[in-house]
Ligand binder design. Structure first.
Ligand code: ADP
Ligand code: MG
Length: 304
């Protein structure tokens, strides 16, 4: 059964880690060990986020001498696909008993008139003082917004992904039994009319759902750092959902149980996938990936 598995940030960096290379190898090889057991008889495409890594690169660009060019955000996204794709490919391939693992740089189209381009919502990279923020806005045309946690941060558009340009190749590789790593960091965004790359960060869960239904996957699995989807999360009356239909989940979504930027996009991705394919979507903890795939832990979203 063709399965798309989306990895959350905790597969690459655990809470409290600084991101040294030793920590990265340690975390990614632990995730790979769990995945290798879950993937034994499964044709799969693995996707991943890039939040901390893209932020790190943007910070590094800021440290360059003033006369050196800053690379655009879309290139930073591409760099994180190589970076994380390599870590996953290298550690997984050593555990998969001869099965090939291949990371594919992936582009995702977005609409030029997506409302996010006139009203960007996604904060990325470091925090700046008001004075620095003014300079960066002037020098690079960035949009910076005051962050609730103090200071200013760059905000970028997070447009809805429309099409995965490499989808047909990814499908062929996965059907041949190769484990493919794709749409890293939500994919490298390009405009859908001219294919011109554009500075934006596409949500990885939405891009994973798009890829999954495009290549005819029967299952979308989103692995993260909580036991599943909860109602009243972190509040009195918190309850973990085990099995839920799309219509029940849509109702809960409208009631505001799933905040943007964390559980919201996962639930939206699951709803979209199940509605389009009548397959199932699974959201659960990475450290129990085998059971999440089998549907014995986490939350399963079913048609209906
Ligand atoms: P990832 O890196 O896997 O995408 P996120 O931090 O974006 O992880 O999303 C997972 C987080 O969503 C959990 O750690 C949890 O704190 C938060 N969350 C918010 N609302 C809910 C909810 N209703 N049910 C479960 N988790 C929730
Ligand atoms: Mg996330």
């Amino acid at each position: 059964m063709l399965t798309v598995i989306a990895l959350g940030g905790n597969a690459l960096l655990r809470k409290g880690q600084r991101g040294t290379i030793e920590e990265q190898w340690d975390t990614v090889s632990k995730a790979a060990a769990i995945l290798s057991r879950a993937l034994r008889d499964v044709n799969a495409v693995i996707t991943h986020g890039n939040g901390p890594q893209v932020g790190y690169l943007l910070e590094a660009f800021e440290m360059l001498p003033k006369d050196r060019p800053r690379q655009p955000l879309y290139l930073a996204v591409a760099m994180t696909q190589g970076w994380i794709g390599f870590l996953l490919q290298h550690s997984l391939s050593q555990l998969m008993g001869g099965r090939e693992v291949l990371a594919v740089p992936t582009r995702v189209t977005v609409r030029r008139d997506d409302p996010e381009f006139s009203n960007p919502s996604k904060p990325i990279g470091p925090y700046y003082s008001e004075e620095e923020a003014r300079r960066l806005a002037r020098e690079f045309g960035w949009i910076l917004k005051r962050d609730p946690r103090g200071g200013y941060r760059r905000v970028v558009p997070s447009p809805k992904p429309v099409r995965v340009l490499e989808a047909a190749y990814i499908a062929r590789l996965a059907e041949a039994g190769i484990i493919v790593v794709a749409v890293g960091g939500g994919g490298i965004p390009v405009l859908d009319d001219t294919l011109e790359p554009v500075d934006a960060v596409v949500d990885k869960d939405l891009a994973s759902s798009l890829l999954a239904y495009t290549i005819g996957a029967r299952r979308l699995v989103i692995l993260t750092d909580v036991p599943g989807v909860a109602v009243n999360y972190g509040r009195p009356g918190q309850r973990w959902l085990t099995e839920v239909t799309v219509s029940e989940l849509k109702h809960l979504y409208r009631m505001g149980h799933f905040p943007p930027g964390s559980m919201g996009p996962k639930v939206a991705a699951a709803i979209e996938f199940v509605e389009k394919t009548r397959g199932t979507a699974h959201i659960g903890p990475l450290d129990r990936a085998l059971e999440v795939l089998a549907g014995t832990t986490g939350t399963i979203v079913k048609p209906g």
